[in-house]
Write a protein that binds this ligand. Structure first.
Ligand SMILES: *[C@@H]1O[C@H](CO)[C@@H](O)[C@H](O)[C@H]1NC(C)=O
Ligand SMILES: CC(=O)N[C@H]1CO[C@H](CO)[C@@H](O)[C@@H]1O
Length: 386
């Protein structure tokens, strides 16, 4: 735990207390996880707060969604000049939070699972609000979308507050073959929070750094080839790459319809599962979602229990990462496999014969598919702009 992870800890309750009178510096110097005042001691730092913690605080009246939005925005403005994880914040976030607070106060029984919870989304996921959706490019600054992307519409339906847009590698990494991870013209250079100048990988760089630092409860990223997974592992957060078509790509700035997918990035597996449950499902505007083999989205959260891995079988395609054999990450990888085995799963080595064949006989096939799809999928997105 380095640099910003130890610089400033905001207990949720303390941060909220801070915004209702306690001076900012008081909680800034508070110990990791500690709160200020009796009612705050039961809440962890924003950095560690899970959905269950936040819901408990909101339902119990210890703090409001307005308090949460204020606390997260304060934290974003504190670290963003250094890390550039967030490109824009939502000028309407507070007003939305007020409305959701009022609904909660009415004691309504039909509140969504994310009611009043702030979420950041990657800047290629369209929001039909005051914010821009640019994929990091000035070419799209000021462009208007006809409506929310399907995943954002689902988040709003679940009660989430779209807090802002997370920075990313411009055009999700296809601006050029040799540009820095996490850099975009519109958002600047995202930097990882673990040591000065840390490469955040990408392209969902801002989503990962923001989730890891508690600038938001959790964030959405997108992945074509590694953009959720790699940004997540260097930020020490949980990233899930859903099967293509499990989450709709409608009004998500594309690279390739055959590979793109929208997924959750959060600090715990269970929180990633909550977010995935909120955004998965069929959408008439993304034909790939027709292939989802079930009508009702499974309860991913219910699988987050100690016995969740027992009886499962996982394949490890070792020949695919031969060139990583000497990486220190492999030591941790094998340690993780042991943890997974200890949790009751069977772990076997597998060969991905199709991938091996492609590597050997058509090493450019992957880039060709991306390039071809980008040429048709991007104009299709642009044609929807109003
Ligand atoms: C969106 O971009 C426009 C510039 O075209 C800018 O004026 C506006 O402030 C941006 N929106 C947000 C929320 O930053
Ligand atoms: C919200 C915010 O802090 N946005 C910043 C993101 O990064 C760009 C470029 O570095 C700044 O100009 C924005 O102010």
């Amino acid at each position: 735990m380095l640099l910003l992870h130890v610089l400033a800890y905001h207990a949720v309750g303390a941060a909220c207390a801070g915004l209702s009178g306690v001076p900012h510096d008081t909680f800034r110097n508070s110990k990791h996880g500690a709160g200020i005042g009796a009612r705050d001691d039961t809440y962890p730092a924003l950095l560690d707060a899970t959905l269950d913690d936040l819901r408990k605080g909101l339902d119990g009246g210890a703090f409001s969604s307005v308090n949460l939005v204020d606390a997260y925005l304060a934290r974003i403005s504190e670290v963003n000049p250094l890390l550039h994880a967030v490109t824009e914040t939502n000028p309407d976030a507070r007003a939305i939070a007020e409305k959701l607070d009022a609904e909660r106060k009415e004691g309504r029984k039909d509140l969504g699972p994310l009611h009043g919870i702030p979420v950041l989304v990657k800047n290629n996921i369209a929001t039909a609000d005051a914010m821009n959706t640019t994929s990091g490019s000035f070419a799209l600054l000021g462009a208007k979308v006809p409506e929310d992307s399907h995943v954002v519409a689902l988040l709003r339906k679940a009660g989430a507050i779209i807090l802002g847009k997370a920075n990313m590698s411009q055009w999700a990494g296809v601006r050029g073959t040799n540009i820095p991870n996490g850099w975009s013209a519109h958002g600047g250079q995202t930097v990882g929070a673990y040591y000065p100048g840390q490469d955040p990988l990408g392209s969902s760089s801002g989503s990962a750094v923001a989730a890891s630092l508690g600038l938001t409860w959790a964030a959405l990223g997108t992945e074509t080839a590694g953009s959720i997974i790699s940004a997540s592992y260097v930020a020490n957060v949980v990233g899930i790459r859903p099967s293509v078509g499990l989450t709709s790509r409608y009004l998500v700035i594309p690279i390739s319809e055959r590979l793109d997918t929208v997924g959750p990035m959060a600090r715990t597996v269970k929180d990633a599962a909550y977010l995935l449950s909120a955004i998965a499902g069929k959408d008439t505007k993304d034909a790939y979602t027709k292939e989802i083999p079930f009508d009702k989205v499974p309860n991913y959260v219910a699988s987050c229990k100690d016995s969740g891995l027992s009886g499962r079988r996982l394949g490890v395609p070792r020949s695919q990462f031969k060139n990583k054999a000497s990486s220190p990450a492999m030591v941790e990888f094998d340690r993780a496999l042991k943890t997974i085995r200890d949790a009751g799963a069977e772990v076997i080595d597998v060969e991905l014969s199709g991938a091996n064949y492609l590597n050997e006989h058509a090493p450019n096939a992957f880039a060709d598919v991306l390039g071809d799809d980008f040429f048709t999928n991007l104009p299709d997105y642009l044609s929807k702009l109003t």
